[in-house]
Design a binder for this molecule. Structure first.
Ligand SMILES: Nc1nc2c(ncn2[C@@H]2O[C@H](COP(=O)(O)OP(=O)(O)OP(=O)(O)O)[C@@H](O)[C@H]2O)c(=O)[nH]1
Ligand SMILES: [Zn+2]
Length: 206
């Protein structure tokens, strides 16, 4: 399902959690009033509804277990590292409700049963966890733990590199500062040679 709003609808039905469009619109209108704007001037008239729809999309990962997308698996003989690198990632800082964005790298070593998932599913898990109010550390761990739970792999590594707009456009104002977080599980955590190989694959030629 490629339409994010339709996706949010479907998962809301499944989980019982819903997005309240009218409440979000009223809140945006109130915020505009609070900053001294006139929400009824022509340029802002449609803004509350527009912002509410936008929030519905960027928080659509609240209405699902993102790990569910890893339900589609197949058995392969491959028992070595699989890495998808440079997955574009947009999330929302839960402290300031502005974007932090960058790239995610997701790798795993299939377990004994050789449970492998489609490459796009790794990007989907990142996307869904990113579509929540987040901090970068939790986003990184949640992606790693979903892989552990659903694929029972031998090892998992997730690295996220991101710029936080709350550090760039306001506050300390340091555009270009990048934060790197990692979450490593299983053999990639316990075996330093495997971890070094994974990190080399992820960070190579950058
Ligand atoms: N660890 C972590 N901190 C984050 C993340 N996103 C934002 N922050 C930080 O959250 C902190 C919130 O600090 P507060 O002092 O409560 O808020 P603030 O007064 O707006 O802080 P400043 O951003 O320093 O102006 C800031 O230091 C942000 O840089 C994240 O993903 N992980
Ligand atoms: Zn922030």
């Amino acid at each position: 399902m490629s339409d994010p709003a339709a996706f949010a609808d479907a998962v809301a039905i499944a989980t019982g959690r819903t997005f309240d469009q009218a409440r979000a619109e009223a809140a945006v209108r109130e915020l505009l009033l609070a900053v001294g704007e006139d929400p009824d001037r022509p340029g802002l008239r449609d803004t509350p509804a527009r912002v509410a729809r936008s929030y519905r999309e960027i928080f659509s990962g609240l209405y699902t277990d993102p790990g569910d997308v890893l339900g589609t698996t197949f058995d392969e003989e491959h028992r070595e590292l699989i890495v998808v690198r440079d997955i574009p990632m947009y999330s929302t800082c839960e402290h300031h409700l502005v974007s932090f964005h960058g790239v995610a790298h997701v790798g795993y070593i299939p377990g004994r049963e050789g449970r492998v998932t489609g490459l796009s599913k790794l990007a989907r898990v990142v996307d869904l966890y990113a579509k929540r109010p987040q901090v970068q550390e939790r986003l990184t761990s949640q992606v790693a733990d979903a892989l552990v739970r659903k694929l029972e792999p031998t090892g998992v590594i997730v690295v996220i590199e991101a710029e936080h707009l709350c550090m760039a456009m306001r506050g300390i104002r340091k555009p270009g500062a990048r934060t790197t977080t990692s979450a490593v599980r299983g053999s990639l955590q316990s075996n330093s040679a495997s971890r070094a190989e994974a990190l080399d694959l992820i960070l190579r030629a950058r």
